[in-house]
Write a protein that binds this ligand. Structure first.
Ligand SMILES: [Zn+2]
Length: 288
C-alpha cells in the first residue's frame, strides 16, 4: 500500500488542530463537544437516523447542517462543520494483514483501570459508561501523547468490519487529549461466553440504576494488548463526522452471550445504530 511519510507522521504526532482541517482554530468561546449525540433526537443535524431510507440516513449525512438548536450556539466552531462527506471517514473495513509495522516506535500503551459509572445520557438517549473524572478509568499513550479515557459506549451491530466481517457488537472507548484530540479504541464482541462486566452495564441500564459502576479492564480483557491493534486515521462516526480522530481497532474479538447481545440491541431501541463502512481511500493501516 502506498502512503506518504507525512501520513505516518500525521498519525503518530496528531494534527495541529484536529477538528480544523483548513488550519483555522475554533473561537475560545466554543463549548467542549467531543462526541455528538448518536441517535440524533436532540441533534442540530436534523435528527439523523441509521435505517429506513430518507434524507437523514447515513448516505445523506453529508448534506445535514448544524443550524438547528441546540447546535446553533456552536456556529463558527470547527466541530459544527459537517465533514461526513470527507475522505478520512470512519468506520472502515479493517485489514490487519495490510498494516505497516511501527515497531520502531516505543511506549504505546493501552491502560484501562478502575471503574466507570454507568449513566443514562440525555443527549443521545442511550447509556454510556463514563469515567468519574477524565482519565480515572484509563489512558492510552502513543509516543509522548497521553490520551485520557472519557467514556465507553456500544454499537449494535459493529461499525468497523474486520476483514470484511461485521460483528454483533462493538464497544468504543473514547479518549481525549487536550481539548479536542480524540483517540477511540474499538473492540468487537461476538456470541459466546457471557461477559460478566458487560452484564453489570446491562443490569444497570435495564433497571434504570443511577449509581452502578463497571470494571473497564474486565470488559476489555486482553483485547487491548498492543499486538492486536490496527491503527488508522479517521473520524467521529456520527454527524458532524469530524475528522482528525485516531482509531485503534482490536482484532482480538471478545465474547458476550446471545442474551447479552439481545439486551444491548433492546437498549439501543431494537435497531441498528452503526454507520456503514466508509471508503479507505489512500489511508494506511498501521500496527505496533
Ligand atoms: Zn461509537
Amino acid at each position: 500500500m502506498k502512503f506518504s511519510i507525512l501520513t505516518l507522521l500525521t498519525f503518530l504526532f496528531g494534527l495541529a488542530s484536529a477538528n480544523c482541517p483548513n488550519g483555522t482554530t475554533a473561537p475560545m468561546s466554543c463549548p467542549f463537544m467531543p462526541v455528538s449525540p448518536r441517535k440524533g433526537q436532540r441533534s442540530g443535524f436534523a435528527a439523523y437516523q441509521y435505517e429506513g431510507g430518507g434524507p437523514n440516513t447515513p448516505e445523506n449525512w453529508a448534506k445535514l447542517d448544524c443550524k438547528n438548536p441546540p447546535y446553533d450556539i456552536f456556529a463558527g466552531c470547527s466541530y459544527c462543520t459537517n465533514e461526513c462527506g470527507g475522505r478520512v471517514q470512519s468506520p472502515v473495513d479493517v485489514k490487519p494483514a495490510e498494516a505497516t509495522s511501527l515497531s520502531w516506535i516505543s511506549g504505546v500503551k493501552f491502560e484501562p483501570s478502575g471503574t466507570a459509572m454507568v449513566k443514562y445520557d440525555m443527549a443521545s438517549g442511550s447509556y454510556k459508561m463514563s469515567c468519574m473524572k477524565l482519565g480515572t478509568c484509563g489512558t492510552v499513550s502513543v509516543g509522548n501523547d497521553r490520551y485520557d479515557m472519557l467514556q465507553l459506549h456500544t454499537h449494535q451491530h459493529s461499525e468497523h468490519a474486520l476483514n470484511g466481517k461485521l460483528y454483533p457488537t462493538e464497544v468504543h472507548v473514547v479518549h481525549l487529549r487536550g481539548k479536542s484530540e480524540l483517540l477511540v479504541v474499538g473492540v468487537f464482541f461476538e456470541v459466546g461466553a457471557e461477559n460478566p462486566d458487560l452484564q453489570t452495564v446491562i443490569d444497570a441500564a435495564s433497571t434504570l440504576a443511577t449509581n452502578s459502576s463497571m470494571n473497564v479492564a474486565g470488559l476489555l480483557g486482553d483485547s487491548i494488548n498492543p499486538e492486536y491493534m490496527t491503527l488508522y486515521q479517521g473520524s467521529l462516526t456520527t454527524p458532524p463526522c469530524s475528522e482528525g480522530v485516531r482509531w485503534a481497532v482490536s482484532s482480538k474479538v471478545r465474547t458476550a452471550s446471545q442474551k447479552q447481545i439481545n439486551m444491548l440491541t433492546m437498549l439501543a431501541g431494537g435497531k441498528t445504530d452503526a454507520r456503514p463502512v466508509q471508503p479507505l481511500h489512500d489511508r494506511p493501516f498501521l500496527k505496533l
